[in-house]
Structure formats: structure tokens, C-alpha cells
Ligand binder design. Structure first.
Ligand SMILES: [Zn+2]
Length: 59
């Protein structure tokens, strides 16, 4: 089992962090930033297309 993580970046406050894909909801579901409270679709928190592809593989 390969350990994977994705990099997230909040589009509102620009806070960046990493998370395990299995700990995240579907990329089409809403996700709330733990720093500023902004709620957007999880896909909008993905730092790059590659990070988005990574979480899609775990859905
Ligand atoms: Zn934020």
C-alpha cells in the first residue's frame, strides 16, 4: 500500500496543508476551511490538478 497525501490550499485565506485522501469527502462535496471557515467544493481546495486526480482515485 502506497502512502498518499494531497496538498490543499484554501482559495479564501490561502492556508496550505496536507491530508490523506481517505480522510477527505468526495471532491464534489462541500468542505469547510478549518482556518477561515470558508465553505466550497472540496475540488476547489486542491492545490493542483494532480492533487485532484489523487483524491479521485480514492473515491
Ligand atoms: Zn481558509
Amino acid at each position: 500500500m502506497v502512502e498518499a497525501f494531497v496538498r490543499l490550499l484554501c482559495p479564501e485565506c490561502t492556508k496550505g496543508w496536507q491530508a490523506e485522501p481517505t480522510s477527505l469527502p468526495n471532491h464534489r462535496q462541500n468542505f469547510t476551511c478549518s482556518s477561515c471557515g470558508a465553505t466550497r467544493r472540496l475540488a476547489e481546495f486542491m492545490r493542483t490538478e494532480r492533487d485532484l486526480d489523487t483524491i479521485k482515485q480514492f473515491e
